[in-house]
Each structure stands twice: as structure tokens, then as C-alpha cells.
Design a protein around this ligand. Structure first.
Ligand SMILES: [Mn+2]
Length: 320
């Protein structure tokens, strides 16, 4: 990967007016890695910006997006080169794909195993915990010093993609980069509060209602929580506020499968988590769902109770 890092750095050095594209509904790694690269290129006197179909979500408001992150309709100049960061497929660019004009030099920095973007140079390393880790290598190769702003972006990238350093993808390299970031003086406790703990009052109330109704079955191995339209209304909460609720089920001792059923206006959305041997992606795939072995999802367009019965039956079978 050393060679690919050097290739990307020398390719970038030879270019100007660079747009960095990342995936829609951007997460901490998408924005953190992209912004770090844009700011490093600017430190070399180049014009560069990040373009994304969607703006930064609220919990990433600490990132230096001002004048650096643009919606496709608001870009300050047409790019002479494009770098795709943390995005594995062109379909994930949404409206920002309009910047990918045929013949434009195209580079790529990503850590998804399934990357199919026809870029050259392409720095794709599935062993990296975050795209931010790869961008940090490129920044080093560019000879740009890691200042506090770059460190903030890279810390956000690595800490969010590793689940605050708790997922299997956390490596000595991700922790070594984090150590370098902390040396610039980041306020770790404040950042971690903003990134991982702070929630709105409606979100806390919605969590309370979901927890209050949690049901355990199969000898405590199966947990089910429900969020109905009436719960959203009672809490002033929205669909996005259900994120993370399912983890309270799977973090309960003895639970092997946790399900969260969320009533949408036109269907029911399920989140499934597992601990131990059960593969919840395989469990949900006959019903049209998918995801990862320990975290998967599914949307059904039947009535709420019928949908819950269907998925609970699949979960009981998986535990049998
Ligand atoms: Mn990522």
C-alpha cells in the first residue's frame, strides 16, 4: 500500500482545482477524511473542496465544513481533477456524480472491499479502519504537517468508523494515528461527547418508550423493541432518532438476537443485531433484507403486527 499512497500523493501534487467526492448521507469518515484531504491540498496552495449530495449531519457540526464542503449545485468552480473518498460505488454519489465528467482525471481513496470505481491512481485498502487512515498517509506523503484542524478531521474519521475504537477493525495503526492527533491538542472528552453520546430530548424520550416496551423471549436470547408512529408523535421524534436503539437490546446479557421494529408511514423497518453464532444477514435475506453477519436490516410493506410476526418467526428459527 506504500506505493499506492505515494502514487496518489504525486498525482495530487501534479494537479490543481481538485474536487473531492464522497458518498451521500455522509458519515464521520466520509466527511472527516474528505475535508482533511481538501485542507491539506489547500495548505499546498491548491484550490480544493469537498462535494457531497448532502450536508453534514448535526452530530458532525464540529467539522470545518465552512467554505470547504459544497452541495453539487453550489460548487465554487468546475474541477480539473476528482478524488473519490470513502465511496465504493458511483451510484453512492447521488447528484454529486454530475461532477464526474468523462475524461476527467479520477483518483480514489477508500477502504471498502467492494470498491468498483474505475480510478487511477486508486488507493483501496480494506485493512484500513477508516478512509481517514489512508488519507493521513497521503497527507504525510504530501509533506503537509498535521495541525489541530487536520487532526480533528482525522480523529472524527477514525473514531467514528471504529465505533469509538471498539469494533474489530480497530488496529494498532488506527490507534497510532489517534495518538498523533491527540498530540495536536484535541479536546478528547468534548469531542467524544459530541460524536458518541449527545442526543436530543426527543431522541432520549423515544429511547425510553422503546426500552419500556422491550420483550425478551426464547429464554432471554431474543429481544424485541417496537417504535410506532404514535411514539414518534408523542416524543416529537423522527425516523433518524431510532438509530442505535437496537443496541440496547443486543447489549443485554444473554441476548443473542435483538430486533427493532419501526413503523414507517408505508411499511415496517427492522434492524437486527446478533451476538454469537447467528448470522442476521442470512436470517433476513429470504425476506428481502441484508447487511452484515452481526448487523442487518429489512423493510416489509405489510401491516405492523404481521411484519413483526414474520421476522420473529425467522429469529426463532435462527435460534432453534
Ligand atoms: Mn469509512
Amino acid at each position: 500500500m506504500k506505493t499506492a499512497t505515494a502514487d496518489v500523493a504525486s498525482w495530487l501534487k501534479a494537479r490543481n482545482d481538485i474536487a473531492i467526492l464522497t458518498h451521500l448521507h455522509p458519515d464521520g469518515d466520509a466527511l472527516g477524511a474528505s475535508l482533511a484531504l481538501a485542507l491539506a491540498l489547500r495548505a499546498l496552495g491548491k484550490r480544493a473542496y469537498v462535494c457531497c449530495q448532502d450536508g453534514a449531519p448535526d452530530f458532525l457540526s464540529m467539522l470545518p465544513t465552512e467554505g470547504a464542503l459544497f452541495l453539487p449545485e453550489e460548487i465554487p468552480f468546475r474541477p480539473a481533477a476528482v478524488v473519490c473518498v470513502d465511496c465504493a460505488a458511483q451510484s453512492r454519489f447521488g447528484r454529486a456524480a454530475a461532477l464526474l465528467e468523462p475524461g476527467l482525471p479520477l483518483g480514489c481513496i477508500d477502504h471498502h472491499t467492494t470498491n468498483d470505481i474505475p480510478a487511477s491512481p486508486s488507493l483501496v485498502d480494506a485493512g484500513a479502519s477508516a478512509s481517514g487512515e489512508l488519507v493521513a498517509g497521503v497527507i504525510d506523503a504530501l509533506g503537509v504537517k498535521l495541525d489541530e484542524t487536520l487532526a480533528l478531521c482525522l480523529y472524527v474519521a477514525v473514531s467514528t468508523d471504529t465505533g469509538n475504537f471498539s469494533f474489530d477493525c480497530t488496529t494498532p495503526a488506527s490507534l497510532a494515528l489517534t495518538a498523533r492527533c491527540l498530540e495536536t491538542g484535541l479536546n478528547l472528552s468534548e469531542l467524544n461527547y459530541e460524536l458518541f453520546r449527545r442526543r436530543t430530548a426527543p431522541r432520549t424520550k423515544l429511547l425510553g418508550r422503546a426500552l419500556n416496551g422491550i420483550e425478551f423471549s426464547e429464554g432471554g436470547r431474543l429481544a424485541l423493541m417496537r417504535v410506532r408512529q404514535a411514539d414518534f408523535a408523542a416524543c416529537g421524534a423522527v425516523n433518524a432518532d431510532t438509530e442505535g436503539i437496537v443496541n440496547f437490546g443486543i447489549d443485554t446479557a444473554g441476548v443473542q438476537i435483538a430486533l427493532l421494529a419501526v413503523e414507517l408511514e408505508d411499511g415496517v423497518k427492522f434492524s437486527a443485531r446478533s451476538r454469537g453464532a447467528v448470522n442476521v444477514a442470512a436470517m433476513l435475506s429470504p425476506l428481502g433484507g441484508g447487511g452484515h453477519a452481526k448487523a442487518a436490516g429489512l423493510t416489509l410493506e405489510t401491516g405492523f403486527d404481521e411484519a413483526v410476526n414474520t421476522v420473529m418467526e425467522a429469529a426463532r428459527d435462527a435460534l432453534a
